[in-house]
Write a protein that binds this ligand. Structure first.
Ligand SMILES: [Zn+2]
Length: 432
């Protein structure tokens, strides 16, 4: 292959920190890695094929232009994650579903999609332990670009080492060893600004959208936490974009988040006198019918934006997940308690400030998660506060204190063990 060039190994020599940070907008690391794009627009993928030869299985993408790929492997379940700049996947619906006879070498199946604004991701379910070799890029005579990702079968031990290093290549991981002490072990917090894009959330009588209010609040909360230097921050959206509910959960889980905080400010049109903040934690059983209705309305966000939510990762089916979820919910309730303690003195709380309901975004089995309703857009006094910068500074300050208390109290506790995300469907593209 005369045109064969190897992509720069940038990113192959990475460790867990990079892995965890791959989840979305990276506040802690300054500007997100720029995807310079002189050719303009995302690369278009028109085919993704697998082939096995001499013990190596290749996943080959046919693209409109070259892209940089970064891969790492993860255990439980065995999988490889390939991070890409934004790619416009124009693939056949069945691509990646390699069940039964179609299964190819170490690749059991794969799914793909927009993972966060500006980034796409391919997740490859491995049939057994394997590592990713350096990615190769070639050009066809017709001008298309073939990006070939080779998977080499290895023994369990080698795979485990690669998974721990967050590095697909054993050789590269050996070279990376001296840098390992710089692995960032600070807790990772995912801030989820509700709604976005085609989904405005609640709309105030004044025409203000919930999606804009909660985004501004989420951003200033994330900045405050980031400034403390104690946490790594990831936001599920960094602009006015629609992000499906399951995707928000997936971002937190794939980043191995230690805490997930979803920010909302809904409205109750039937009761404009209802005001104050409420903190929700997840539960199959809602505290009251009002909470159940709210969760149900929120859970319809995907359908309302024209996206099929599909099977969520939090489909609790086995006993291990069930146990992990129960333990995680204990942590979630603990954080909700901290939040109430810090918020009650500085802001108005609703009559029952901690409630439970079946919000889809609160279903990560292994990430402590809370959803805070800052107030109601249907209440005139709440709306005024929600738009006041002074109020926002005070509230985000108290929330940051609650986060500090939560993590200092948990120093001696172990984090719930991650459990396998249960997935089968392709990652739904984020754009509506
Ligand atoms: Zn909402």
């Amino acid at each position: 292959m005369p045109h064969s060039t190897r992509l720069p190994r940038t990113g192959l020599v990475r460790h867990l920190a990079a892995l965890a940070l791959a989840g979305g907008l990276i506040l802690a690391a300054g500007p997100a890695p720029a995807q310079d794009d002189p050719a303009g627009g995302a690369a278009v993928a028109i085919a993704a094929e697998t082939a096995t030869r001499d013990g190596t299985t290749r996943l080959t993408l046919t693209l409109s232009k070259p892209i940089e790929a970064r891969a790492f492997v993860m255990e439980r379940p065995d999988r490889a994650v390939i991070d890409l700049p934004e790619v416009n996947f124009q693939l056949d619906q069945e691509t990646g579903k390699l069940s039964g006879r179609k299964r190819d070498g170490v690749i059991a199946s794969f799914r793909y999609g927009l993972f966060a604004p500006g980034r796409s991701r391919i997740v490859v379910d491995l049939a057994g332990p394997a590592v990713v070799e350096p990615v190769e890029t070639t050009k066809t005579r017709e001008g298309a670009v073939l990006v070939s990702i080779p998977f080499r079968k290895v023994d369990r031990d080698t795979f485990r080492k690669a998974a721990v290093a967050g590095d697909p290549s054993p050789a590269a991981s050996a070279k990376a060893a001296p840098a390992r002490e710089s692995v960032d072990t600070r807790p990772l917090i995912v801030i989820d600004a509700g709604h976005g894009g085609t989904d405005p959330g609640a709309i105030a009588a004044t025409g203000v959208f919930e999606k804009d209010i909660v985004f501004g609040f989420a951003q200033s909360f994330a900045e405050r936490l980031e400034q403390s230097g104690r946490y790594r921050l990831v936001m599920t959206r960094d602009r006015d974009v629609f992000v499906p509910l399951a995707e928000r959960v997936r971002i937190a889980r794939e980043a191995k988040a230690d805490l997930f905080v979803s920010i909302h400010a809904d409205s109750i049109s039937a009761a404009p006198q209802v005001k104050g903040a409420t903190i929700y934690t997840g539960s199959e059983k809602a505290t009251d019918s009002e909470s159940a209705r709210l969760a149900e309305r929120e859970n319809r966000a995907d359908a309302a934006a024209g996206t099929e939510s599909g099977e969520g990762p939090a489909d609790v089916a086995d006993i291990l997940q069930e146990l992990t979820l129960r333990e995680t919910r204990g942590f979630s309730a603990g954080f909700a308690g901290r939040l109430m303690g810090q918020l009650s003195p500085v802001m108005e709380m609703s009559p029952k400030p901690h409630r439970e309901a079946g919000f889809k975004v609160l279903r990560s089995p292994d990430v402590p998660s809370v959803l805070i309703e800052l107030g109601y857009l249907s209440s005139k006094s709440d709306l005024e506060k929600l738009q006041s910068e002074e109020w926002r500074d005070r509230v985000t300050g108290s929330m940051a204190k609650a986060v500090d208390l939560f993590f200092s109290g948990r120093a001696t506790l172990s984090r719930p063990a991650p459990v396998a995300p249960r997935r089968s469907a392709a990652i739904a593209p984020v754009s509506p």
